[in-house]
Design a protein around this ligand. Structure first.
Ligand SMILES: C[S@@+](CC[C@H](N)C(=O)[O-])C[C@H]1O[C@@H](n2cnc3c(N)ncnc32)[C@H](O)[C@@H]1O
Ligand code: SF4
Length: 375
């Protein structure tokens, strides 16, 4: 099994917190870029010959800015060059302002069966400093319209730990999210990325820097509220009802191979990581001509070890004993560390794996890094 990720590097506006790869001035070359994505899909098909594809994911940037025709050409190229399973999960990231009846019908028509809608907040003042292009009403309307059009696998993105977001307000956001009856919620703690407008705003006092305590309390509220409502926290930031896990993201966390196409997209084949150039014009000019549009590296045993812990401990699937043994097993010091974490109730040892307890999940990254090895 494997997956395909398609990066659409277009956005209407620049959200103040975002440092993903995208451009807001793409009208002159959008056609060339879509053609290059289709070209890359075809070029790289030999990497997944005879491998069934269980998920196709459109991320960005803003995939919902694609015209129906552009989207159709990419899906066609994926179907033509890869063995997309009949019931493959096909996810489309949607910005609320792009969800209208015509678009939703077109997305369904082309085979999209899962939507990930970026609501971010239910508070108008947040959407304003974030520089989002939608209102709170448009966010909720987008979900309802998608449901009316028959989408039954919908995820929403929310961000907590925002400047001046009180715990009461966050709880209110969670209640509004639950009223939407979605199958999946991704809730991220705000990261202040360097060189973003948000960083500038907090540095010059225009926005208040959230405290670690506030973010920790809101994470706690998140986990408790969604659990009570029947959601399973299967990854630190991801919650699903009825096991509607994001197949695409789960393949990242379970180290399944995936081919990532489009500028800045990452790929993984079990041993090597590869990443495409994060420059739109260089990408569409060079794909297929030479090898200057991507870089790759082979993971060392140490890098693999660190990834198993960093990624595995964040999920309900944990770190497999098999993976630990394949890398030579734990040293005496690492065993000691593990025993301490088990005895203090942070890690639970299952028969074939290590998983974090509820208490451990609050400190996932810290615990993972305690197991890191140096080359
Ligand atoms: C790559 S973005 C693309 C989604 C889509 N373009 C949108 O804006 O809704 C995926 C998600 O990452 C989250 N995200 C991006 N930057 C973040 C940051 N600095 N801190 C926390 N979450 C962030 C947001 O929730 C966003 O919906
Ligand atoms: S959050 Fe989404 S819409 Fe905003 S800049 Fe980032 S990718 Fe674009």
């Amino acid at each position: 099994m494997a997956g395909i990720y398609v990066h659409i590097p277009f956005c209407k506006k620049r959200c103040t917190y975002c440092d993903f790869h995208f451009s807001t001035t793409f009208s002159t070359y959008r056609e060339k870029l879509i053609q290059a994505i289709c070209r890359e899909l075809s070029l790289r098909s030999s990497e997944l010959t005879n491998v069934p594809i269980q998920s196709l994911y459109f991320g960005g940037g803003t995939p919902s800015l694609l015209t129906a025709e552009e989207l159709r050409s990419i899906v066609h190229s994926a179907r033509l060059n890869y063995q997309l399973l009949e019931h493959a999960e096909i996810t489309f990231e949607v910005n609320p302002e792009d969800a209208n009846v015509d678009n939703l019908k077109a997305w369904k028509d082309v085979g999209i069966n899962r939507l990930s809608i970026g609501l971010q907040s239910f508070q108008a003042s947040d959407l304003s400093w974030m520089n989002r292009s939608h209102s709170t009403d448009e966010g909720e309307m987008a979900v309802r319209m998608a449901q009316e059009q028959g989408f039954d696998n919908i995820s929403i993105d929310l961000i907590y730990g925002l400047p001046d977001l009180s715990n009461e307000q966050w709880l209110h956001h969670l209640e509004r999210a639950l009223q939407l009856n979605v199958q999946h919620i991704s809730a991220y703690c705000l990261t202040i990325e360097s060189k973003t407008a948000l960083e500038h705003f907090v540095n010059n006092g225009k926005l208040k820097r959230p405290t670690e305590d506030q973010q920790g309390e809101q994470f706690d509220l998140l986990v408790r509220t969604l659990k009570q409502a029947g959601f399973e926290q299967y990854e630190i930031s991801n919650f699903a009802k009825d096991q509607k896990y994001a197949r695409h993201n789960s393949s990242y966390w379970n180290f399944t191979s995936y081919v990532g196409v489009g500028p800045s997209a990452h790929s993984f084949n079990g041993n090597q990581r590869r990443w495409n150039i994060a420059n739109n014009s260089k990408y569409y000019q060079q794909v297929g001509k030479d090898d200057d549009w991507f870089e790759e590296e082979t993971l060392s045993p140490t890098e693999k070890w660190n990834e198993f812990f960093l990624t595995g401990l964040r999920t309900k699937w944990g770190v497999l004993n098999e993976n630990i043994e394949d890398l030579g097993g734990m040293t005496a010091d690492e065993h000691k560390l593990l025993t301490t974490y088990v005895e203090t109730g942070f890690i639970f040892e299952e028969v074939d794996r290590l998983v974090l307890t509820e208490k451990g999940k609050l400190q996932a990254d810290g615990i993972a890094s305690a197991f890191f090895r140096l080359d």
